[in-house]
Design a protein around this ligand. Sequence first.
Ligand SMILES: Nc1nc2c(ncn2[C@@H]2O[C@H](COP(=O)(O)OP(=O)(O)OP(=O)(O)O)[C@@H](O)[C@H]2O)c(=O)[nH]1
Ligand SMILES: [Mg+2]
Length: 419
Amino acid sequence: MSCHTDSVKTRRTGEAQLTLALAGNANVGKSVIFNQLTGLHQHVGNWPGKTVKRAEGTLVYGGYTVDVVDLPGIYSLSTFSLEERVSREYIAVEHPDALINVVDASALERNLFFTTQLLELGPHLIVALNQVDTAEKRGIRVDAARLSDLLGVPVVPTTATKNEGLQELMAEAVKMHEANREASRPLPFGTEIERIIQGIVEGAEGLDTPYPFRWVAIKLLEGDDEIEALAYSQAPSLRERVAEARARIEEIHGHDAASVIASERYAQASRIAAEATEHVEFRGSLWRRVEEATSHPVLGYAVMIAVIVGMFYTIFTFGDFASRALGAAFDVLRAAFFSTLGGGVFQDFVWNGLIEGVIAGTSIALPYIVPFFLVLSLLEDSGYLARVAFLMDSLMHRIGLHGKVFIPMLLGFGCIVPA
Ligand SMILES: Nc1nc2c(ncn2[C@@H]2O[C@H](COP(=O)(O)OP(=O)(O)OP(=O)(O)O)[C@@H](O)[C@H]2O)c(=O)[nH]1
Ligand SMILES: [Mg+2]
């Protein structure tokens, strides 16, 4: 565990200090909040010994010098990606005074899947219910007070891009610190699973670890290699306990422990999202249904395949057409070139050696790559790429990669160079 926070500014002794961290899925608005809060007082470096970018900034609020850390956008807290490793170590080891989980109010269920995992780490959690404006436009109204009751943590509605709710967010963070609140509690799973987890916790108590024992127990069930190494080196007998627990879960549920835990978390997220959300039925409801389909555990993949196939079909159809049109135009140019300047070694060299090279580049780049990036940026702005990353996250994890990696892979189908 080698995380440490270097402060942005040298501190005067005796000055009241507060550390906040922003965590959440990709594209939810963490960096917008970070920028609104810290403005120009920022420092971007790397996490110690890692290639992951670390953005840290400061502000002064309510008599405190507040350090804010903008954590990378992630969907889970496994060790499959450096971003996830860095985030979980930071949360458990540094234990910020308040961990702000930024969630996208317009995609609450998907976002809460990560919130449930953060709660398992026992941080001092505050939820920033962001993008309230987008949610409203889509006919989704989230009841912040209800959400707060269900999660057991403060929830502050925000619209980061309009700087709305951020003062309240800071006030909540200060309150959390000054009231010396207890750490947030994880949401319980089903009784049977909880009992099995408890059995492992009993064997894990006494381990030297910055992580809560229940979290360690869950990670052992999930087969997290880093936590296995940590736990089994200190308490070898745990291995057998975990193996028995896994077998028991499989016997009861017919699926492996990791899938059962994932579906427990999904169940929590979807129950809470459903209970805290009011759908205002109007024109937005069709859009909402489309949205639900895009992150649905089964339909989502069908939509994804359709979108990708559709995207490549459109690009290649357009590209072929544009490439042929360009080719024809260059043929005319070629004829004009030689009829004006005549044939000869020099003209041949200029045309075939120089101009053809430029033409070849242009007639590949323009018709295919330009529309490709155009479509990709449309998909990104619509928020669909974040959904694809979310859908692919667990699948990509099986080969040791992060869900977001699917996007450069997708790029690779179009052109290997930018991928
Ligand atoms: N309408 C609206 N858009 C927002 C709001 N907050 C953020 N956005 C937009 O959402 C997009 C993503 O915001 P970022 O702050 O970059 O998201 P992030 O969470 O830092 O994403 P990663 O760094 O990829 O993890 C940007 O286009 C923002 O302008 C909001 O409250 N309302
Ligand atoms: Mg960001």
